[in-house]
Design a protein around this ligand. Structure first.
Ligand SMILES: NC(=O)c1ccc[n+]([C@@H]2O[C@H](COP(=O)([O-])OP(=O)(O)OC[C@H]3O[C@@H](n4cnc5c(N)ncnc54)[C@H](O)[C@@H]3O)[C@@H](O)[C@H]2O)c1
Length: 352
């Protein structure tokens, strides 16, 4: 249901930009102390976290005024009635409620991934943003990797020939993501797959590495077969325990076509793997490393924020609009459902 907020039919904002940030956990602190200040034309007028401990720790770390700290978005909006931009690096279970409130209030919203874990909720929120005339974007920052356009163009140009098989492997001994590996990480890889292959998901079969009674139960990893609407099948492995070489955060991709084999991302036991390494292997075994030009201007999360603010200001489109990202959520929804049901699950809204 779409509710009427205080500033319906919002229109554009202009810089310098006043924003409210919701979420002062580890990632939110990084946003608030590193990413946001790096742009130079953004002022955070309200800091929100439901945890008093998180608010106090943030005040002690940064020295922000006590009056700018709030326990709810409702309070922050009431204290800053002219503020029309919300940045929400908040815990994922709160995404639906926070987004619903921000959008209904007529605010432009940049929300951390995953938009939600439910395809229906994601569609509802994207439609709410459309109805309110506001920009609603997701921080799907892996799309900002310098290698992404190189891999995408290699596929689109036909250089790989007809695609036959794809494998994506992600491994990292990382306590921070182990408890909810599928929800925290798979959304990035599913979104990259849609972006690289220009296709939405059709179905998913997922076997979790620990049994799930409920789709939102924690698990340390999974093996999955993901079929896109194009018919391409992706063999996906996500693991956070066991012994294996560490991959870059986007994973190690192997894309096999009749014309060439493309690999993206190193894996290594020794040091941080190069996530920008792209190679092409010809059918005769000749390996070429493709040049990956460095991105210019603000990158990664700062680039996502810049594009979001530009879009809210009437220029261009954000990196991952919710209207597109909802299809990545639909894939995640099917992955989680399959992990718990043990069946192959269709992706909501897919053309079979
Ligand atoms: N893009 C990336 O690569 C990347 C990396 C890390 C985390 N993230 C995402 O960033 C978000 C935050 O991550 P985190 O590790 O800081 O999460 P977290 O679980 O530590 O929670 C962040 C904060 O949200 C607060 N919170 C929970 N519900 C709230 C509510 N209803 N209103 C206000 N505050 C509330 C909690 O008190 C906590 O301080 C998550 O969505 C996560 O997936 C993205």
């Amino acid at each position: 249901m779409i509710t009427q907020g205080p500033s319906a039919g919002s229109g554009h904002v202009s810089g310098p930009y006043k924003i409210i940030q919701v979420g002062l956990g580890q990632w939110g602190v990084s946003w608030g102390t590193k990413v946001v200040p790096s742009l130079g034309d953004v002022e955070v007028v309200g800091w929100v976290d439901r945890s008093e401990q998180a608010r106090t720790a943030f005040r002690d770390l940064t020295g922000v005024a006590e009056s700018s700290l709030h326990g709810t978005l409702t309070e922050a909006l009431a204290a800053n009635p002219d503020c029309r931009i919300v940045l929400a690096p908040v815990a994922w279970p709160a995404h639906y409620a926070v987004a619903q409130e921000a959008l209904a209030a007529g605010c432009h919203l940049l929300l951390e991934k995953p938009l939600t874990v439910d395809a229906g909720q994601a569609a509802e929120l994207a439609e709410l943003a459309e109805a309110r005339g506001v920009v609603f974007a997701i921080d799907q920052n892996y799309r900002w990797g310098a290698a992404v356009p190189v891999v995408r163009e290699s596929i689109r140009s036909g250089r790989l020939g007809r695609l036959r098989s794809v494998s994506v492997r992600w491994h990292r001994d990382h306590g921070g993501v182990r408890s909810h590996a599928l929800i925290e990480l798979a959304i990035h890889h599913l979104d990259l797959a849609r972006h690289l292959f220009d296709a939405n998901g059709r179905s998913v079969t997922c076997v979790p590495h620990t049994p799930l009674a409920d789709r939102l139960d924690p698990t340390t990893g999974a093996d999955a077969l993901i079929t896109l609407e194009s018919g391409l099948v992706i063999n996906y492995r996500l693991s956070t325990d066991g012994t294996g070489p560490t991959t870059g955060w986007p994973g190690r991709w192997t894309i096999s076509g009749d014309g060439a084999l493309l690999t993206w991302g190193e894996d290594t036991f020794d040091g941080e793997p190069d996530a920008q390494c792209v190679t092409l292997t010809a059918p005769d075994g000749m390996i070429t490393r493709l040049p990956v030009p460095e991105r210019t201007g603000p990158g990664d999360r700062a680039g996502v924020l810049r594009e979001f603010l530009d879009a809210a200001d009437g220029r261009g489109t954000p990196t991952s609009p919710a209207a597109d990202n909802r299809h990545s959520v639909a894939l995640l929804d099917a992955l989680l459902t399959s992990a718990a049901s043990g069946r192959t699950e269709s992706v909501a809204g897919s053309r079979s």
